[in-house]
Design a protein around this ligand. Sequence first.
Ligand SMILES: NC(=O)c1ccc[n+]([C@@H]2O[C@H](COP(=O)([O-])OP(=O)(O)OC[C@H]3O[C@@H](n4cnc5c(N)ncnc54)[C@H](O)[C@@H]3O)[C@@H](O)[C@H]2O)c1
Length: 389
Amino acid sequence: MSISKLSKSPLRIGIAGAGFAGKFHQRNLRHLPAVTTGVTSVRAESRNAFSTQFNVPAFESVEAMLPYIDVLDICTPPSSHMPYIRAAAAAGKHIIVEKPFSGFFGSPETNSKVEMLAAVTADMHDVRELVAKSGITVGYAENIVYAPSVQREREIIETTKAQILRMTAEESHNGSHSPVYGIWSEQGGGSLIGKGCHPLGGVLYLKRKEGLARNGKAIRPVAVSARTHSITKLPAFEDRGYLRTKYKDTEDYALLHVIFEDGTVADIMTSELVLGGVYDFLEVFANNHRTRCLISPTRVCEVYSPNRKEMEGMELVEKISSNEGWIPADAEFGWGNGQLHEMRDFVNAIVDGRQPESDLDLAIDITLAIYAGYVSADRKGAEVEVPRI
Ligand SMILES: NC(=O)c1ccc[n+]([C@@H]2O[C@H](COP(=O)([O-])OP(=O)(O)OC[C@H]3O[C@@H](n4cnc5c(N)ncnc54)[C@H](O)[C@@H]3O)[C@@H](O)[C@H]2O)c1
């Protein structure tokens, strides 16, 4: 959509979801040509607290907020993403949507993985058509795409026309804080979708960029093999209390092997089994270089704190239990993992009428690779084709 179609400058953003993600999106909108003109959440308590903290009008629902915004920023649990995407697109509003883009929100007891993949594929067809018809811009909030280290690697690939031969990437930690995590009908799966979407997004993005730089055409995933496990449910698991447990019907470990259309590969690992904060990296093995993108921790600022009380409550780095000892602090919260930078691209892309770096096509490829992965895991790792939209 061109800038002339925007009702006002700065861009009016409405945030759906007043929790962890809603708050970091709000913080990261500062210094941009955008203003938050609304917030909503299902819980009056959380939307009112957000409204007071950030001086933003609270609305009872997304529908009530839509007339007052240019962009719906969806920071709600995954099962609500698709209904809100449809509502915003129908109203001609641009969309920013948190990960995972969408999924299948039935029960794994009553729905086969093949049915899930078919339903998600149909949804992806629909959403692509809807977005194309409404002429809106979709920013998929895959922050790893915007991590400074991944953007440096993108620049190296584009400048040297490198060919990526293989990649390894991981995101893991000791378990999500969300009370609805671990429930398939809310999250669309476990570690593979909840965390694996991040490193998967990073590798699909870089391979896409390689293809565009070398041949003017994105290189996309064609097939996957996957394994999933529930390690914290094993009778042999000895719980020392440091890892989250009690996932209802989702896995806590996944391995996804991705084959691209040029025959090159990427391997993704993800789990809820890692202590010591967020463990996030992406390593590229190319025909002319090798790059280790360290995402979390970044190791650009190491702080030593002799006593946890000195820096209590300071957000130096995500998901470590206390600010004591050596702390691999982020230079700024959200700097190393790209959360700080993604909002800038989304706002500027909408204002300039261009596609953002992390766009709808990337979101669709990630979603379909994940559900093809669930089909493969059901078949103990057999190769499964990734549907192509
Ligand atoms: N990119 C990242 O690193 C990152 C980090 C955390 C969360 N996320 C994503 O952000 C989204 C939200 O996660 P969170 O951690 O902020 O969760 P949260 O539980 O902290 O907050 C969710 C908010 O949404 C509200 N809500 C729940 N259902 C709703 C609905 N149907 N309609 C409107 N409001 C609703 C809740 O009241 C709450 O305010 C998820 O998709 C999650 O995967 C991304």
